[in-house]
Design a protein around this ligand. Sequence first.
Ligand code: KG4
Ligand code: ZN
Length: 367
Amino acid sequence: MYILGIETSCDDTAAAVIEAKDGFNKPFFSVLSNTSYSQVAIHKKFGGIVPNLASRAHLEKIIPTIKEALRVAKIKLDKIDLIAVTRGPGLMPSLLIGINIARALAYRCRTPIIGVNHIEGHIYSNWLKPIRENPKSEIRNPKKIQFPALILIVSGGHTELVLMKNYGKYKIIGQTLDDAAGEAFDKTARLLGLGFPGGPAIARQAERWKSEKNTKYQVKLPRPMINSKDYNFSFSGLKTAVLYLYNDLIKKYPAKKIIPAIAAEVQNAIVDVLTAKTVKAIKNLKPKTVMITGGVSANKALREKMSKEFKSYKIPFLMPDISYATDNAAMIAVAGYFSAIGGSASGGNYLAKNSWKKIEANANLKL
Ligand code: KG4
Ligand code: ZN
């Protein structure tokens, strides 16, 4: 089955072609192309994503991006068996561009079309082998993915701990009460004048700080809710704490010293909380697999800390390849595949949805 994935939920215009077969027992995926056009240059000067500019850029780039995905995959549109498109959650003006083009292509070629939940797409990024290991690819770790799986989703808009009981069966056990982890990176980076997107900018400063091994400017930030009894998170207090800390230190030290020091501590604080809550869930719920996913799962410090901390629990720990951690269309195609073979299709509705709580997992889009 050849699947064209289309993703336009936020600020990446993405299209991918995957080959998928062999159902639930021994799924096989080969990523034939994974193309994406980033809008960072457009939104950078505003310090965040401007929805109307995002949708305009999607409109401009969506056809070239799809054409490129088909060209790289060496496949013609009429050979595509299924179109999978993100229907939400995300920015409504952005979502509509992807859904509309997907429906038009499906109508033109009489191809079945399926609406995919973006967050479920992130979950399935863990099923993909890096593109360089293709095309001999099977499912990435066939024996390693066993249910129930505990999944930490950390993106720009979402921070959730999910128990995946089986394909398409999810229970959100914890979530952020305010800002998402990626949002915390983005907002604190903006306060420190580090630009957008904030996650990679904070990570670069933190690396710089580590390499300097400078202990003179010791800074400490809170670890919000790290000891709370539930699996919830709260990151909004972090930006206020960063603001106070910065205003205090800037009176005594040069900015080029304290900014990397604060950035490193922001990263440590977020990584500590995410790790502690996931460990707590591992201990209490005894999952058979643990995974992280979403843009923040590209963070090196998080990957290293979790790999170390989870070792003693002797359960497989999966992280997506970096190329599939941030938004991409290959993951949408995989989620579309599982949905099409009965993983989670809930039928009927093709409307864009912007919230994960209200969205049914995936839905068949009727033409
Ligand atoms: O999953 P994603 O690409 O888009 C959403 O669905 O939101 O996640 C984007 C988020 C942004 O907040 C960005 O700052 C963060 O992921 N991010 C990172 C890193 N790369 C991206 N955060 C920390 N470290 C990174 N290396
Ligand atoms: Zn995402």
